[in-house]
Design a protein around this ligand. Structure first.
Ligand code: GRG
Length: 291
């Protein structure tokens, strides 16, 4: 990982560790929330927001970091709930036993609920301008909610064992995983108070980045080990999940990943042309994908 990106990860880790404690009024719940939130993780989503805002001229201050970290709260809630016995029933996440394995399904569910609601406190309770905060709240709710991530998860749960078309699979991925990554990039532009053309360019980058992310995750489920991933792998085929390698084969999935990355690179170049800013940090995010 490039040095500047590592520094942003450290900023996020530090904010989360410092500010979660004061936000919870129930010791067991706090432990359970902290267990998953502070278990590492790549911090891709909040660092994307911070990196995009900074490249567009915003200083990295407490308000930017707080708003960006709200997204990591939502991402962590989604992982806790996704791992529950009623969903994927996973034992390992971020290299550790899953939250419900340690705290039981009831407390784990509440830890997810707590992180989800705390996210809306952090994204709205900061010193960013009121119209910026309002737009962030609206976009975050749309990305995470019943027309975004939750809808994608519902399709995933209900379509398991039933083959989707490529168009249906793309929609599932766009909602389940892509929506939060799209928001992560857009939020950087909103916080930096950019014009519509720039926001459109960021949206194109974010959508392509999100699609690439899910295709890559599907590929890693086939090619990587549990030790490398810190979670169970080789589960998708066994559970008849709809995936890119399942539908297109490994080579086909890699082709789709390349196509998404080409779109993302094009959007990054366009962003540079439009704003006259250096966009090299976006290449560091794209370097995450190794095929
Ligand atoms: C339960 C409402 C609800 C939604 C869950 C995102 C999701 C929806 C479930 C996660 C299932 C999954 C593993 C999807 C693959 C893509 C993904 C989100 C991987 C984990 O994200 P990373 O790699 O994780 O950014 P870290 O641990 O680095 O933060």
């Amino acid at each position: 990982m490039a040095r500047q990106l590592q520094e942003l990860v450290a900023v996020v880790d530090d904010y989360l560790a410092t500010h979660l404690a004061g936000a919870c009024d129930q010791p067991l719940l706090e432990k359970s929330m902290a267990y998953s939130l502070l278990a590492g993780g790549k911090r891709l989503r909040p660092t994307l927001t911070i990196a995009v805002a900074e490249l567009l001229g915003k200083t990295i201050d407490d308000d930017l970091v707080r708003a960006a970290c709200a997204l990591e709260l939502i991402h962590t809630y989604s992982l806790i709930h996704d791992d529950l016995p009623a969903m994927d029933n996973d034992d390992l996440r971020r290299g550790k036993p899953t939250n419900h394995r340690v705290y039981g399904p009831g407390v784990a569910t509440l830890a997810g609920d707590g992180l989800l609601t705390l996210a809306f406190e952090w994204v709205s309770d900061n010193q960013l301008k009121a119209p910026v905060r309002l737009r962030l709240v609206q976009e975050l709710a749309k990305a995470a909610g019943p027309a975004g991530m939750v809808a994608g998860q519902a399709t995933d749960v209900s379509a398991t064992g039933q083959e989707l078309s490529l168009a249906q699979l793309k929609k599932l991925h766009r909602q389940k995983t892509g929506a939060l990554l799209r928001y992560a990039v857009l939020a950087g532009g909103l916080i930096a108070e950019q014009e519509t053309a720039v926001l459109d360019c960021l949206t194109t980058f974010g959508e392509a980045y999100g699609l690439a992310f899910q295709i890559y995750d599907d590929i890693l489920d086939v090619t990587a080990t549990t030790a490398e991933m810190g979670k169970a792998t080789h589960k998708d085929q066994a559970e008849q999940k709809n995936t890119y390698p399942g539908l297109l084969g490994l080579a086909g999935a890699k082709g789709e990943l390349e196509a998404a990355l080409t779109t993302a690179r094009g959007a990054a170049a366009e962003l540079g042309r439009l704003t006259g800013k250096e966009t090299v940090i976006l290449d560091d995010f794209l370097a995450y994908y190794r095929i």
